[in-house]
Design a protein around this ligand. Structure first.
Ligand code: TYD
Length: 402
């Protein structure tokens, strides 16, 4: 296929088979669910990794079950990110902010006291409605050129546009960048936070591959996408959140903006380590992890009275569980703290989602940790709730127990 960023030919390097859209939880179990391919392509020109087949964004996001979880790990990350933005002078008391994919508005609420104004944009009508009810002004729409022009007319230019973990959720990244270019003030900044492809590949996190994640950005591919749209990558922040994330800072000033030392350093690192060998290792490790996890789970189930739940009704958990092709009933329940997910069923595996109290009253022998990005926080919570015995199976970077 041709790369959606730069138009060059791509190479296929991993096929995870067919999977249902990972966030489309079911109100009742469905046997014959629609499944779509998860095939990964690599562009040797701009060094981007992307899905071969992208689903229609309207279908994926109009009614959406993903609500930002309440989490100490996330609170800590918000402080870390905001501190970085303040220290490097991308954000201050006079900054006007628009957040794209703002979900229920948790991050906007966090930075509200530190900036001049906030506005969210999120296509999931149910989620945007909730944000508005909580007092976070949110436009229920996709961020595109029309919406950018509308905001421009009503509020004027914006100093800072933030897109956290949503930028890869659109098959046409140029659309979002064009809209950002239109709305940013002359010396404004665009902040894009995303899983970093180098971490995804090095940690074997193949469960990050699902239909919403249409791109797995490298610094080189982001630089290319930005420059095509008249924006310039000037800074980078790296964080451990979600298995390894990167924050790209782009300036609207093309010529004078100076690159930071962090950008130089991480770009050099990427030039050394992001190569085809890493991609093919990742593809091999994916198959090995599948075999190893299946064996661990088979051994657990074969020994008498053992019960396994999964922990976290995550999108990535659905990729993992569907890819493992476990028999019905092997995982009895999935535990999740998000109210709107509870009593729904995971697509493909039809596992019922229960709340954390259920797991507390009926602890299993093992939890398959499908929200491994909150590992420390979840294990601590379970232990403090009195369950000292359930063993956690952590799938990545290679299956182990905790
Ligand atoms: P997330 O990692 O954001 O998922 P995705 O793969 O879909 O991007 O979601 C974490 C899930 O874990 C979320 O549904 C809430 C759940 N969770 C708990 O059940 N208990 C907890 O203590 C935490 C922190 C999260």
């Amino acid at each position: 296929m041709s790369c959606r960023i730069c138009g060059s030919n791509t190479k296929t390097f991993l096929d995870l088979g067919n999977s249902p859209p990972a966030n489309s939880l079911l109100s009742k179990p469905i046997r014959e669910i629609n499944k779509f391919p998860l095939v990964l392509e690599y562009c040797t020109n701009c060094k981007s990794v992307q899905l071969r087949d992208c689903l229609d964004a309207e279908d994926l996001y109009k009614h959406y079950f993903y609500e930002t979880p309440k989490s100490l790990t996330l609170d800590q990350h918000y402080r870390y990110l905001t501190n970085f933005l303040e220290t490097r002078n991308y954000l201050n008391k006079n900054t006007t902010v628009v957040e794209v994919g703002s979900n229920v508005g948790d991050y906007l609420k966090f930075i509200q006291p530190k900036v001049s104004s906030i506005l969210g944009v999120d296509p999931a009508e149910n989620i945007a409605h909730k944000a508005n009810k909580e007092g976070i002004p949110t436009i229920p729409d996709f961020f595109n050129l029309d919406v950018a022009k509308d905001i421009l007319k009503k509020r004027g230019n914006v100093d800072l546009i933030i897109a956290r973990h949503c930028f890869a959720h659109n098959s046409n990244p140029h659309e979002l960048l064009k809209a950002s270019k239109e709305l940013l003030s002359k010396d404004g900044h665009l902040v894009i936070e995303n899983a970093y492809v180098l971490n995804t590949l090095e940690n074997n996190e193949f469960d990050q591959i699902y239909h919403e994640h249409m791109f797995y950005f490298s610094i080189q591919s982001m630089q290319k996408a930005l420059s095509i749209n008249g924006l310039k990558l000037i800074d980078i922040m790296i964080s451990l959140i979600h298995g390894g994330s990167i924050v790209f800072i782009a300036s609207n000033i093309q010529k004078v903006a100076k690159k930071s030392d962090s950008l130089e350093k991480y770009l050099n690192h990427e030039l050394t380590f992001l190569n085809e060998e890493l991609l093919y290792n990742f593809a091999r490790n994916t198959l090995k992890i599948k075999d190893d996890l299946k064996k661990i789970i088979r051994d657990i189930i074969n020994s008498e009275k053992n019960v396994i739940y999964s922990y976290g009704a995550t999108a990535k958990g659905n990729t993992l569980i569907n890819f493992l092709e476990l028999e019905d009933g092997v995982i009895s329940y999935c535990v999740d703290s998000t109210k709107i997910k509870q009593n729904q069923f995971l697509p493909g595996s039809n596992i019922r989602i229960v709340d954390e109290n259920f797991a507390k009253s009926n602890p299993p022998n093992y939890f398959l940790l499908t929200a491994w990005n909150y590992k420390d926080e979840i294990i601590k919570k379970v232990r403090e709730a009195g369950d000292l015995d359930s063993i956690f199976i952590v799938p990545f970077p290679s299956p182990h127990f905790a």
